[in-house]
Ligand binder design. Structure first.
Ligand code: ADP
Ligand code: MG
Ligand code: MG
Length: 994
């Protein structure tokens, strides 16, 4: 294809403008009547990005630094707003103002716009406050007409160049200003090249281009002959490009709000297409794919800007420029160093060379891969360019996933069977299996066998199968469904709620939307990053062990205010958490200790016991397991706190669900099958999540709780006797009223006193606390406060109960809620600040007031601990309040101590949260509340990174493989990425496309 053509085709959009949207145009920012609308490059300042746009402000800054920027001026973003307010008319006085500026440009350039003997040609470029690469429009080489082009040929003797510029202008004008397709124009060029036997545009002669221009004139609306009319209409077109559908969509996807519009940069043209000693290029001050500190770029000789990205001719590396025009290269190298040092970040540059003279056309912060972002941040700290905190703030926690999980090779060919929620990251390939029992048996037979467990949904009964599998797919369920939560806990890849798959467990097959039948034993691959279910063994890429990432994590620990505790249910989990720097265990779910096969039956015996004696017998056996596990846990966590939640789930979760399993169980434990079945049916609940669980179990069966307390405290005593430093914290789940605690707390305390009395003088410091997860507990926080030394918000349950949304069923309607903007984010992913958040804040405030001066702590445990926006909220909500440790130290020392938070966010799993949230934080930083947002953001980074690290169980590998999605070098790619995905999907795809 000819140069330019691909690009212009790719930017072909329906140019019909969408209406002004109130939500993105704040009216209070209207400029006054005497507002300055036009800034010369020499006038603008770098801190005026909102007014001058990112491109404009940077052009001003480069000019101010003395770099060779072709002279020009910027029309402000507020003018764009006025333009739309005035129903797309040039605001009053604008023309006079820009003509005055143009006169100055003419003076600087030594040429005159519209002049026949020495014409100035202009580019008119868009550029908003936030860089939106390739989303808006630019017109080049304005100011030509038949007469001027003839004069230009005359004065320069360069007909080829003059007519190349002219035909480009006609094409661009047609497309950008008139909104017409350039296909017929490309056709003319193509025919000409075929006729002449040329491969590249470059080979066209002056006469050829002249002929092309002649033929262009027969195609539709003509370019205005008056250069000033060209200019005015081009400025309007640039403003209009603010509302092209792709620009609107881009802002929506990236949650860019509150901008006024695009600025318009009017600039003297320079010509990379002028001669063999001319060309154009793009460069990055460091490698944007790897982060390596080497100047990196591409150069295309005899070409204008867009020819480089259009990909029609393969550009050369910068070495080509260095070889052919060493002076220009040296100069460019000097400027790239200068710009990077000046802006203190990796820069993305546009430049052109006209007859061996270098011009700088653009600089901006360069987009980069996740890997490069970490490498560059860490390198820049080492170079003394930025601080550790700044390095942390530059990292997008959403993208740190790259370092932690294997990923599906983006380049590999794929057959998509279905799509669900990316519930647990990573990638898994294996043979499909529908029964947990079969999965377990197969893995016992061959530990190396790789299986994907496919279920309609999972329950506690399926744990062994999930453990045996390498990946899990469910037809139903959301991001916090059983399958999702457990899979994340196990660090296994999971796709949940793949509604288009019809899973037939009995028939041992699933059927896709298009009727493909996948049977047991067929191999499939799960992509935990996108939620795709793929046919066959799609190649995966291992995660990389990245020294820079480790360094960065070290800084995150160092600078954090919130403490991060891990979820861990076993000594092994605890060990992993510790190795990742967890400050303690924030949630140890005791029920998980009862799930292993040799224990579950004892648990079942306990539940099925018909007499108290029988129950006690089972409890005594469970006690031994529980105590051994707890002791090992305390030993691993010596010196750190371990928060243990008492039994929480409904008891029927431990019982079999079908007749066959019930029979088998009855046989194993020597009970009549009728008894087992009766108990199962007795315990059946219509809505188990609102049923017989949590502390309600204690009220009915105190002996279960006493067994647990005894196991925990005796384990602590034994561990202490063995030399460990123990800090057990017992947490009572699902409390709704202080009267529950009035019953339970004395019971627990009496048991602990008894143990201490038996232990021959050994005691351990312990604390009692409660989960706050029932709205009633929030409403009555001041009554609950006297019973507890700490609280932990169970944000999953609290969200569920506050909204009345069952988290296991929410996937049936949540997509529609999001699509219709009834709600803006999944409340199970990102905390609902307005509702649930209010409860959290209120409770924390009440408790703190009540507990004034104590060692009270408030934390959260729940999936929200992995979501940056939520963590930022928790920080604001006061969970990071320093509490007043009674201290004899000086005030200063105490102050310093108070800076360190005692709050804990306990979070084991990574939750791939919506891309949009990470962005929301960005926007906040951009606009206002800078400092506050930054501090919180810093915390979120730590939190999320750590949470994610925790879920990474396998060893690290070194890898330099990049995900293709990760990085868009070409504008075209970027645009395509946006077009191809519908919004809801995009929300769920972890921001990989940015
Ligand atoms: P985008 O934001 O899409 O990159 P630009 O405004 O940067 O749009 O312009 C599009 C292309 O035109 C770029 O390659 C740029 O380098 C080139 N260009 C812009 N202004 C000039 C100019 N004054 N002289 C030469 N080339 C230019
Ligand atoms: Mg550009
Ligand atoms: Mg809960």
């Amino acid at each position: 294809m000819v140069s330019c053509s691909n690009f212009w085709r790719s930017t072909q959009v329906n140019r019909k403008l969408v209406g002004i949207q109130d939500n993105i145009l704040p009216h209070n920012s209207m400029p006054g009547p005497n507002q300055k609308r036009v800034y010369m490059f020499a006038e603008g300042r770098i801190d005026q990005k909102e007014l001058l746009g990112n491109k404009g402000a940077n052009l001003c800054e480069m000019s101010r630094l003395g770099l060779p920027v072709p002279p020009g001026f910027v029309i402000t973003t507020t003018t764009c707003l006025d333009f739309f307010e005035a129903k797309k008319k040039m605001p009053l006085g604008l023309k006079e103002e820009y003509l005055t500026a143009l006169a100055q440009v003419e003076k600087q350039a030594g040429k005159k716009f519209g002049d026949k003997s020495n014409p100035l040609l202009l580019s008119v470029r868009s550029g908003a406050a936030v860089s939106m690469p390739g989303m808006m429009d630019t017109v080049l080489s304005l100011g030509l007409n038949d007469e001027i082009v003839a004069a230009l040929v005359e004065s320069t003797g360069n007909k080829k160049w003059a007519f190349d510029c002219y035909r480009r202008l006609i094409q661009m004008y047609q497309n950008v200003v008139l909104g017409k397709s350039t296909d017929p124009y490309e056709e003319v060029i193509k025919k000409m090249k075929v006729a002449k036997g040329y491969k590249y545009d470059m080979q066209m002669s002056g006469e050829d281009w002249e002929e092309v221009v002649r033929q262009f004139k027969g195609l539709g609306e003509a370019l205005p002959t008056d250069p000033h009319e060209q200019l005015e209409t081009a400025i309007a077109a640039v403003f209009n490009s603010w509302f092209t559908p792709r620009a609107v969509r881009y802002r929506e996807y990236n949650n860019i709000q509150g901008l006024l519009g695009t600025a318009c940069n009017v600039q003297t043209m320079v010509f990379g297409n002028k001669s063999a000693d001319s060309g154009t290029g793009v460069a990055f001050t460091r490698n944007p794919a790897t982060g390596e500190n080497v100047f990196f770029g591409e150069y295309l000789e005899q070409a204008q800007g867009e020819d480089v990205v259009s990909g029609v001719r393969t550009p050369h590396s910068l070495a080509f420029l260095q070889q052919h025009m060493p002076e220009a290269y040296q100069e460019l190298d000097k400027y790239q160093r200068l710009l990077e040092t000046h802006f203190r970040d990796m820069q993305d540059l546009e430049f052109s060379v006209e007859d061996r003279k270098l011009y700088m056309l653009q600089t901006r912060t360069g987009k980069r891969t996740a890997k490069a972002s970490v490498q560059i941040a860490v390198d820049m700290v080492a170079e003394g360019m930025i601080t550790e905190q700044e390095a942390l703030l530059r990292i997008d926690p959403e993208r740190m996933n790259y370092f932690l999980h294997p990923t599906v090779d983006t380049k590999a060919p794929k057959t998509v069977l279905g799509k669900g929620l990316p519930a647990s990251p990573g990638a898994a390939t294996g043979a499909v299996v529908f029964s947990p029992e079969v999965a377990e048996t197969m893995v016992k037979g061959d530990p190396n066998v790789k299986l994907i467990l496919v279920r309609t949904e999972t329950t506690a009964d399926d744990i062994h199968g999930m453990r045996a599998a390498t990946g899990i797919v469910t037809e139903n369920g959301g991001m916090t469904s059983h399958a999702a939560v457990v899979a994340r806990g196990m660090g296994k890849c999971c796709v949940a709620g793949a509604h288009t798959l019809h899973v037939d467990v009995e028939g041992k097959q699933f059927i896709t939307k298009d009727g493909t039948v996948i049977k047991e034993g067929d191999v499939i691959t799960l992509d935990g990053a996108t939620g795709l279910v793929l046919l066959g063994d799609v190649p995966r890429m291992p995660p990389g062990a990245d020294a820079c990432f480790q360094t960065l994590m070290g800084w995150a620990h160092k600078h954090s205010r919130l403490a991060v505790a891990a979820n861990a249910d076993s000594p092994e989990d605890a060990r992993v958490a510790l190795s990742y720097g967890a400050t303690g265990i924030g949630l140890c779910r005791t029920e998980h200790m009862f799930f292993p096969p040799e224990r579950i039956d004892i648990m079942r015996e306990m539940i099925l016991a018909e007499t108290e004696k029988e129950r006690q017998k089972a409890l005594d056996r469970l006690f031994a397991f529980q105590k051994a596990d707890m002791r090992a846990m305390f030993e691993v966590m010596t010196g750190k706190h371990v928060t243990i939640r008492l039994l929480d789930p409904p008891l029927h979760e431990f019982l079999p669900t079908n007749h066959h399993d019930a029979e088998a169980l009855a046989a194993r434990i020597g009970k009549p099958v009728e008894t087992v079945l009766r108990e199962i049916s007795d315990l059946k609940e219509a809505n188990p999540m609102l049923g017989f669980r949590g502390c309600r179990l204690t009220i009915k069966f105190p002996e279960i709780t006493l067994m647990q307390v005894r196991a925990i405290i005796m384990a602590a005593v034994e561990a202490r006797a063995g030399g460990a430093v123990v800090h057990p914290e017992i947490m009572i789940p699902l409390v709704a009223t202080s009267t529950e605690l009035e019953v339970i707390v004395p019971l627990v305390e009496a048991e602990i006193r008894k143990i201490f009395a038996e232990s021959g003088g050994i005691t351990v410091p312990y604390r009692l606390g409660t989960m706050v997860e029932v709205p009633r507990a929030c409403l009555t926080a001041e009554k609950i406060a006297p019973f507890v030394s700490f609280i932990s918000f169970g944000t999953n349950d609290l969200t569920q109960m506050t909204w009345g949304f069952s988290r296991d069923d929410v996937s049936h309607f949540l997509p529609q809620y999001l699509e219709k903007k009834v709600i803006h984010a999944d409340p199970f992913v990102s905390i609902d600040e307005e509702g649930v958040g209010q409860l959290i804040k209120m409770t924390t405030d009440k408790m703190k007031t009540q507990k004034n001066g104590g060692s009270f702590t408030a934390g959260i445990c729940g999936e929200h601990g992995g979501d940056p926006a939520s963590v930022a909220f928790f920080s604001r909500a006061g969970l990071d309040y320093p509490h007043n440790q009674p201290s004899k130290r000086s005030l200063q020392k105490r102050k310093a101590k108070e800076m360190k938070s005692r709050s804990r966010v306990s979070q084991l799993h990574h939750l791939p949260s919506q891309a949009i949230h990470g962005k929301a934080v960005d926007t906040r930083i951009f606009h206002s509340r800078r400092r506050e947002a930054k501090t919180n953001y810093l915390n979120s980074q730590l939190m999320v990174s750590l949470a994610r690290k925790k879920s990474q169980r396998s060893h690290f590998f070194f890898s330099t493989i990049q995900s293709e999605n990760d990085f868009c070098f070409q504008k075209g790619n970027h645009e395509r990425a946006l077009k191809d995905k519908d919004k809801h999907q995009l929300c769920q795809e972890q921001g990989q496309q940015n």
